[in-house]
Design a protein around this ligand. Structure first.
Ligand SMILES: Cc1cc2nc3c(=O)[nH]c(=O)nc-3n(C[C@H](O)[C@H](O)[C@H](O)COP(=O)(O)OP(=O)(O)OC[C@H]3O[C@@H](n4cnc5c(N)ncnc54)[C@H](O)[C@@H]3O)c2cc1C
Length: 302
């Protein structure tokens, strides 16, 4: 539990934008998970820096949440302060460069790119979340990832100091961008190329149609649960282990794509975690391959 002083200070700083003992199930796309001691919404850089400094002074863990499309919160919830970016949504254009705040959503950014006649972000239309989540995860597809389109990333450090770096100074890994521990991404610039808006929209439609045919995009999930191991696909390995459609409580391994776990109302994080362990075990037994989760698993068991 966060201490009473921190609670008061957060309340004084953010008023109704600081909620306490707040269920995180509502803040993540899997719709499972227990409460955060505090869930706060910050609307600008000064508020973000103030919250980070307060948490640092009280030695309190911070969980940054974008739109929660790749986060699984355990049933016991998060002991600390979960921070969401409420503002940070501004999008602007400078020639072929699009700048977006970290709170801007995938829909807002891809729509802005298409309207501006800027190509390059078509692959990202079906990667739901925020710019902060895109950058932190180096989100991508088989063809492209954020590293290929980012020109610059802006963030604040755990101590609340603003920093920025060009793409070449950053280290991108498979579904992870290395930033100083505890940093919060505040914005990003994307280097795009001019193209006809209708052609861009056409490619975006194709991307979405392909996803709808192969992924359970209309059901609660966190996208790919596991990273693809070198030279193979986690979905193929799980399917070959006979687990498509496997249920645990109100969660199931999708029968459309075996690397997705979908939930129904009443599901618990424990149901999802049971399926994750089952898939890992079966694939290990059959192939010797150790699957690694792509989704970020946070919080305490119930
Ligand atoms: C149907 C579906 C399809 C998907 N397809 C893909 C896909 O093709 N490719 C892919 O890569 N992903 C995919 N995903 C996963 C998800 O869309 C991406 O990981 C996306 O980048 C998550 O963004 P978010 O804002 O929701 O992040 P969150 O889930 O909120 O956070 C993810 C991680 O990023 C960190 N984070 C978030 N915001 C910030 C910030 N401002 N500063 C620092 N850290 C931050 C969080 O702490 C957490 O560790 C899919 C998910 C779904 C549900």
């Amino acid at each position: 539990m966060i201490d009473a002083d921190l609670r008061d200070e957060l309340g004084a700083l953010l008023d109704r934008r600081a909620a306490f003992d707040e269920p995180l199930a509502r803040a993540t796309s899997l719709r499972v998970g227990g409460p955060a001691d505090a869930l706060v919404r910050v609307d600008d850089g000064a508020e973000l820096a103030a919250v980070l400094r307060l948490c640092s002074a009280h030695s309190t863990p911070v969980l940054v949440l974008g739109a929660g499309f790749n986060t699984l919160v355990r049933d016991g919830g998060f002991r600390g302060v979960a921070v969401r970016l409420g503002g940070f949504r501004e999008i602007s254009q400078d020639g072929p460069v699009l700048r977006a705040g970290a709170g801007a959503t995938h829909t807002q950014v891809t729509r802005a790119a298409a309207e501006a006649g800027l190509a390059g972000l078509e692959f990202a239309i079906g990667i739901p979340g925020t710019v902060g989540g895109w950058v932190a995860m180096n989100a991508g597809t088989r063809e492209r990832e954020m590293r290929d389109v980012l020109a610059r990333v802006e963030w604040v450090t755990r101590e609340g100091e603003p920093q920025a770096a060009d793409r070449d100074a950053l280290v991108f890994e498979y579904r992870h961008t290395r930033l100083p521990e505890g940093s919060v991404v505040t914005g990003a610039r994307f280097a795009l190329r001019p193209d006809d808006p209708e052609r861009i929209r056409g490619r975006m439609r194709e991307q979405m149609e392909a996803r709808r045919a192969s992924q359970p995009v209309d059901q609660p999930s966190c996208g790919s649960v596991f990273k693809n191991p070198p030279g193979d696909h986690a979905g193929r390995l799980i399917e070959a282990s006979g687990l498509k459609g496997q249920r645990a409580g109100e969660a199931a391994i999708s029968d459309l794509h075996a690397n997705f776990i979908v939930t129904r109302p009443g599901a618990r994080a424990a149901d999802v975690l049971e399926l994750i362990e089952l898939a890992r075990e079966r694939v290990r037994e059959r192939t010797g391959i150790e699957l690694e989760t792509e989704a970020r698993i946070v919080g305490e068991p119930a």
